[in-house]
Design a protein around this ligand. Structure first.
Ligand code: UTP
Length: 289
């Protein structure tokens, strides 16, 4: 049973400046809840009981968010704002241990995950990117863990993307072995559309073995001068079987402006408090487009 998760959330978020100059992109709200809270809730709903969040400079608000705020709780209680109080306590009462470690230099996703080495030890673990919101009936990480239970090998979450977008992702080559499951033969970070082996993109959720750490330690900087997780996974796939799973879910990359706005609309439309009014507004507004 995999119980530990790593959530890398130390990136600079340069695609989302200027807000990310002084705000972690993982704290950007989807309506009124920060993205990282959705990610933590997905992990908890998938059976994870221990989470290590990789943070960095200027990301303190994430620690405060998952901590208790006694003064605010006291004031809400005094004012009789019981709904807000319950909402607040739900966060700090989540049934999970949350730890933080800082990545001192933003040397890439692979380097961020390497910071988890001593916390994880010698057991498999899951990785959920802190800036990716994945909406599905069954939590995405749970879907991956079910595939892991069958194959007992690393599982990479995959998503089919349009061919012209492959150069924004890590892309895999592999052989289909069951519905939505691929045995991977290669992984390439940000290939050009003409050299991409498929349109299956690595999509923000992973089940990884502890062997990935010793590989990451030896992984040289790749695309963009960053230590790329994709390069380490490529090496892992040479040493042992690695599988990809095309999950059933909708993914929003919050570091991408359009995805961010779409996520707010989708979640907003489903909310019991504002959903009906927002849907009516969208219908009216669409007539003016
Ligand atoms: P991204 O590449 O999307 O994040 O990394 P970024 O570097 O912050 O984004 P841009 O390109 O500058 O806009 C995916 C996830 O990995 C984390 C990010 O916080 C994000 O959740 N990450 C990335 C780290 O933790 N450390 C890094 O050095 C890089």
């Amino acid at each position: 049973m995999i119980k530990k998760a790593v959530i890398p959330a130390a990136g600079l978020g340069t695609r989302f400046l200027p807000v990310t100059k002084s705000q972690p992109k993982e704290m950007l709200p989807i309506v009124d809840k920060p993205t990282i809270q959705y990610v933590v809730e997905e992990a908890v709903a998938s059976g994870i009981t221990d989470i290590l969040i990789i943070t960095g400079k200027g990301k303190r608000s994430m620690e405060d968010h998952f901590d208790r705020n006694f003064e605010l709780e006291f004031l809400l209680k005094k004012a009789g704002k019981t709904t807000s109080l319950a909402e607040l306590q739900k966060i700090s009462d989540l049934d999970v241990d949350i730890h933080f470690i800082r990545q001192k230099e933003q040397l890439g996703l692979g380097h961020a995950i390497l910071q988890a080495k001593s916390h994880i030890g010698n057991e498999p673990f899951v990785v959920l990117l802190g800036d990716s919101l994945i909406l599905s009936e069954k939590p995405c990480t749970k879907q991956l863990l079910e595939v892991y239970a069958k194959y007992k090998a690393p599982i990479i979450g995959l998503e089919n993307v349009p061919k012209e977008k492959v150069s924004s992702y890590g892309i895999v080559a592999g052989e289909s072995i069951a519905k939505d499951v691929y045995k991977l033969s290669d992984l390439i970070e940000k290939p050009s559309p003409s050299s991409a082996p498929s349109t299956l993109a690595i999509a923000a959720r992973y089940v990884l073995p502890p062997e990935i750490f010793s590989i990451l330690e030896k992984t040289a900087p790749g695309v963009g001068g960053e230590i790329q997780l994709t390069d380490a996974l490529r090496e892992l796939a040479k040493r042992q079987a690695v599988y990809g799973y095309c999950f059933a879910a909708k993914r929003y990359d919050i570091g991408n402006r359009l995805d961010y706005v779409k996520a707010i609309l989708e979640i907003g439309c489903k909310r019991p408090d504002i959903g009906e009014k927002l849907r009516a507004f969208i219908k009216e507004y669409a007539k003016t487009l």
